[in-house]
Write a new protein. Sequence first.
Lengths: 219, 180
Amino acid sequence: MTMHLSDDDLHDFAGGELPPARMEEAAAHLDACAACRATAEPLIALTARLATLPRAGDPAGDLWPALHARLAAETRAVQLPVTRVVSLDEHRRRRALPAWAAHAAAAAVVFTLGFGGGRLTGTGEAAAMLAAADTVATAMDAALRVQRAGTEYVAAVAHFVAAARGGDSLAAAEGREATIAACYGASRELTRLRTDDSSAVRLFRTASAARAVSASDQP
Amino acid sequence: MTATAPPEPALLDAPAAAPPDPAAFEALYRAHYRHVYAVTLRMTCDASRAEDLTQEVFVRVWQKLPTFRGESALSTWIHTVAVRTTLESMRSESRREARVMTTDEPGRYAAEARRAMPETAVDLERAIAALPPGARNVLLLHDVNGYRYHEIAEMLGVSLGTVKSQLNRARRLMMEALER
């Protein structure tokens, strides 16, 4: 290379943006050309220093508590009312929600379907108590953990409803057991995370009672 | 982007599209917040705003994490969310008011940079803070954070030629400032 490197070439060389073959040509030229080297050296020194700047820094305080509160608010903002009975068709339609919103909503659906499932199974008292616990699943932590149990619960309810509608009493009875067990598991998760939440505790007691009644019904 | 990836917590074991587990998300935050804060601090040169933006970045990460497809390293993805969030904020602010940095602000920023990153080169930080915001962003994205021209052009919504000219200008201004 006999011509001097252009200003753009020098910047591209210093920033590692030239194609490999051109990088080699430019390096060879700089070895031989003092004029270009005099222009390139400060650029190369600057880019080398910039590349070594630290890429991690500490804020003055811990940002996590405030962030955690914001995330909890985010979760609450997408939550569904918990005392409505949600049909399976409506539940399917909700799949069109953004994935994270749908999953947060699923936590509330657990308890909503608990009410509907209770009515269908004839455990009216339990259903009424479930419906009264109208402030459950309000915290992000609870919602997310309960969501896992909720996925199982929704499946159990769907199975149970299908069996009940099909007139298969044995399958319906099994579905009822599975539904109550899943509701118990979900409420237990909620209580573990929200030990100071009276609604959560009330719900857990309700689910425990429903589970005990169900067990006593066993032959 | 060629930024070094910090260790990633085992957050993505959950089923696809599931919301992040809170404990795992805190671990993710703890692993990455210092990198996000450095990005937002340098781009804004304002500690208070950088803290707000760091929170905003992780709210977005929380919202978008279920859709993260693993096509890049998680650290790279979070870094990109940080850059885009900060750029959006800066654009929004520039629409509201023309912010002009006063002469003492680079010094104030340099002091905050030294507190946040004790091992940093204060002369460089001060010179970076004195750059016009457009040139500063391009310089930070390319020479500090390792993005390529085409990535920067895409993020800023400008042509490759604009990126190159902004970068060349920023380097010239930096060298002038460092010679003083």
